[in-house]
Write a new protein. Structure first.
Length: 203
């Protein structure tokens, strides 16, 4: 490792370290993984990670921030796709959320693990988490503009989020028995909430 590191060198190593940490943390739990183990997986000395992060908590915060940013980007892209109406856009965002979780289970579980460092000492994590959270209300503002929602979008968004996340965690925990599966449960839940919350689309 060069003594004088460029910004590119630093960014590349941080990314490599976060890639390894994401897998190790998800497979074994953050408490079971040491910086020495992360360094060994990268083929560097045990002290090398400290040149880039203050400690393991800082690494975990960076891993989670990356995951939240990836999650937000996927949902933002889904929102930006051309659609016929607000309902179709909401379905696009829903499918993007489910697909992200299914395609990135390690990252998804780390994002929402409650036994993790958080707070203002990790501003990038706070920023990324807020960006991800904002995607849960994007389509609801469209529903308000279309006259189909007369409620607080933050409350409604949290209701949908709780249901989607709960079904996914049941799936990851192996607690959904066939013929149930996470996507089917989520579709049924969202349909029920839609009927209860939204005004009918204008004919």
């Amino acid at each position: 490792m060069p003594r004088n590191l460029s910004e590119k060198d630093i960014a590349e190593f941080r990314d490599r370290l976060c890639d390894v940490a994401e897998r190790q943390f998800a497979q074994h739990g953050p408490d079971s993984v040491t910086i020495r183990q992360l360094a060994a997986a990268l083929g560097v000395s045990p002290m090398t990670p400290y040149r880039y992060f203050a400690d393991k908590d800082a690494i975990l915060a960076a891993v989670r921030a990356r995951a939240f940013d990836r999650h937000a980007a996927v949902l933002e892209q889904a929102y930006a796709r051309p659609t016929v109406d607000a309902t179709a856009r909401a379905r696009s965002i829903l499918d993007a959320y489910i697909d992200f979780a299914m395609d990135n289970p390690e990252a998804y579980k780390l994002m929402f693990d409650i036994h993790q460092p958080t707070g203002p000492q990790y501003p990038d994590l706070v920023r990324a988490g807020s960006r991800s959270r904002a995607t849960m209300t994007l389509q609801l503002h469209d529903m308000i503009a279309a006259g189909r929602l007369k409620a607080d979008p933050e409350t409604v968004g949290t209701m949908f989020w709780a249901g989607i996340h709960g079904a996914l965690m049941l799936h990851f925990s192996g607690m959904l028995s066939k013929p149930l599966n996470a996507r089917a449960v989520i579709y049924a839940l969202v349909a029920a909430l839609d009927r209860a919350i939204f005004q009918p689309a204008p004919s």
